[in-house]
Design a protein around this ligand. Structure first.
Ligand SMILES: [Zn+2]
Length: 248
């Protein structure tokens, strides 16, 4: 059996938390406790592999310790996994308040995304955005789902792209559908479609102030309609749909 990156991370984390050298048997026991189905020989190969990559160093019969590089890699892996769980936690929306907070967070990011897109979007991206907002029928639905993600990508600001890529993860498509459903129930969808066209027109005109202002207006409207929808006795509809979004 071949070891996996998840097993490797678990061993590095175990060794970094452990005082003194770690033997192959202790490493195997730890992996099994963590739910990995591993044989002694798989663990030996994993440890040999870590030695070869100079992440661990053998002290003979006593076992192994992390090298300086191994300690650094283990610490980075822990930070990466903590960051991933912060994001997973932030995107685990449970009720109307979580949803409103999510939209408020988006308003902060997306106003800058619209501004940056007006300054930096490439000509072919402008062509695509203009084509997207002019669609009908089935393509109209795809545009509604993809519009905000596309603006994030067209910002060409690495920071904004990293955050928007996470906010518009495919697993959160259901959230966009929920917002569209709220738009339909609140009779706001036609207005939202027009706002998308106005934002694209500002971006095309390289009008950064206009694009930013219109994006704020658009998100303000979504926040307001979500609050109205929830306050008209529909909070349970939102809660039920949010529960269906699975980030695992
Ligand atoms: Zn929108």
């Amino acid at each position: 059996m071949r070891h996996t990156p998840a097993m490797e991370s678990a061993v590095l984390a175990f060794m970094s938390a452990h005082e003194g050298p770690v033997g192959a048997r202790a490493a195997a026991r730890h992996l099994r406790e963590r739910g990995f189905d591993v044989s002694e020989s798989t663990v030996s190969r994993l440890l040999g592999d870590l030695d070869e990559r100079a992440l661990t160093q053998s002290l003979g019969k006593k076992g192994r310790i992390l090298t300086e590089e191994g300690t650094r890699v283990a610490a980075n892996q822990q930070l990466d996994s903590r960051r991933a769980s912060y994001f997973a936690d932030a995107l685990d929306l449970r009720d109307v308040h979580d949803l409103i907070d999510h939209l408020i967070g988006r308003r902060g990011i997306e106003r800058e995304a619209a501004r940056a897109a007006a300054l930096r979007a490439r000509p072919e991206e402008l062509t695509r955005l203009r084509a997207m907002v002019e669609t009908d029928g089935e393509a109209r639905w795809r545009e509604r789902l993809a519009f905000h993600k596309t603006i994030g990508q067209a910002s060409h600001n690495k920071q904004i792209q990293a955050i928007t890529t996470t906010l518009f993860d495919e697993r959160l498509d259901l959230l966009e559908r929920l917002l569209i459903m709220i738009g339909i129930k609140q009779d706001a969808l036609v207005r939202w479609d027009q706002e998308h066209r106005d934002i694209v027109a500002s971006i095309s005109d390289r009008d950064a102030d206009g694009a930013e202002r219109l994006m704020v207006v658009h998100l303000d409207g979504m926040i307001r309609e979500t609050e109205h929808f929830a306050n008209s006795g529909n909070a349970h509809v939102i809660h039920t749909l949010l529960a269906e979004i699975d980030l695992a």
